[in-house]
Design a binder for this molecule. Structure first.
Ligand code: NAI
Length: 338
């Protein structure tokens, strides 16, 4: 963007001005890590979202190629690519929503926490950019370990003096998407009719499906509860093993990320009753961060729903989840404060 705009860019600018003047709105969205396994399909699906007027695709590799490709889709969002750290600030300036799928994924045998050393630094750098260039943006963190990367983001924003807990959300939507799918299979229902709250965090035992609160109201045998809980908690590992070294969930994750981002954008637009599960700063438990149902609105997270009544199985799961989460949160916080 150092050169004067060419004809096609002039067209983009005209379209953008036209939208701004017409008040038809549309939001500006940046994807950081847009050339990755999640980033590419996520960028494609965001280009198809009518709520998006401008889509910025940032990565440290291959951003121009992905941008050229996606920009040919005949949907209205204007797409721009940004390559490398020196273009991060341009990528972020003016954004309403920033989605972060940057970082390395798991290989077989790895836990999400094994990614900490690399991804913590990546998330830190990207969040420093956000604090500087779009401190009011809603931030969706996908990079693992989410249980630690969200506390890292919060600490970076606190240091910069821009922290607003309502605008920082860890994306746990894939756990909900998986839970809806697996529960629908067991119940013989269409997954679109099923709603399973998944609370806690986004790793192993911290992923806590509340099967007693499934809608439509359903009952499960103890065997079904064990099977479903285990499959939902280990859905990510199921994909990592099936991909056998070629990465982790990317397509279902992009789907889930776009479902979540769309909910954030509808909230920003002022739609009523937008409720999704997300990992946020929370007082639902004694921990500083916890995933549960939240209501999204013009300012981000406008209300955090209580967990609701838990059965004995879920209460035991909650204790295990909290124990692991406490350590992961502390690890993220110390990474910045050390
Ligand atoms: P990938 O390796 O295919 O893509 C990651 C992308 O990030 C690459 O294009 C890479 O160039 C880019 N990147 C690396 N450093 C960067 C930096 N400093 N700035 C900007 N971009 C940078 O990985 P994949 O499969 O897309 O996964 C990305 C992350 O998402 C991983 O950490 C993975 O564990 C996580 N994930 C999270 C899920 C969730 O439910 N929250 C589910 C699945 C994956």
């Amino acid at each position: 963007h150092l050169q004067p705009p060419n004809d096609s860019q002039m067209g983009d600018l005209r379209r953008e001005n036209c939208r701004a003047k017409g008040g038809s709105g549309g939001f500006k969205v940046a994807v950081l890590g847009a050339a990755g396994g999640i980033g590419q399909p996520l960028a494609m699906l965001m280009k198809m979202n009518p709520l998006v007027s401008v889509l910025h695709l940032y990565d440290v590799v291959n951003a121009p190629g992905v941008t050229a490709d996606i920009s040919h889709m005949d949907t209205s969002a204007v797409v721009r690519g940004f390559l490398g750290q020196q273009q991060l600030e341009d990528a972020l300036t003016g954004m309403d929503l920033v989605i972060i799928p940057a970082g390395v994924p798991r290989k077989p045998g790895m836990t999400r926490d094994d990614l900490f050393n690399i991804n913590a630094g990546i998330v830190k750098t990207l969040c420093e950019g956000i604090a500087k260039c779009c401190p009011k943006a809603i931030v969706n963190v996908i990079s693992n370990p989410v249980n630690s990367t969200v506390p890292i983001a919060a600490e970076v924003f606190k240091k910069a003096g821009t922290y607003d807990p309502k605008r920082l959300l860890g994306v746990t939507m894939l756990d909900v998407v998986r839970a809806n799918t697996f529960v629908a299979e067991v119940l013989g229902l269409d997954p679109r009719e099923v709603d399973v709250p998944v609370v806690g965090g986004h790793a192993g035992v911290t992923i806590l499906p509340l099967l007693s609160q499934v809608k439509p109201s359903s009952s499960f045998t103890p065997k079904e509860i064990d099977y479903l809980t285990d499959r939902i908690q280990n859905g990510g590992t199921e994909v990592v093993e099936a991909k056998a070294g070629a990465g982790s969930a990317t397509l279902s994750m992009a789907y889930a990320a776009v479902k979540f981002a769309d909910a954030c954008l509808r909230g920003l637009r002022g739609d009523a009753g937008i409720v999704q599960c997300a990992y946020v700063a929370s007082e639902v438990t004694e921990l500083p961060f916890f995933a549960s149902k939240v209501r999204l609105g013009r300012t981000g997270v406008e209300e955090i729903h209580p967990l609701g009544p838990l059965n004995e199985y879920e209460r035991a799961g909650l204790e295990k989840a909290k124990k692991e989460l406490a350590g992961s949160i502390q690890k993220g916080v110390s990474f910045i404060r050390k």
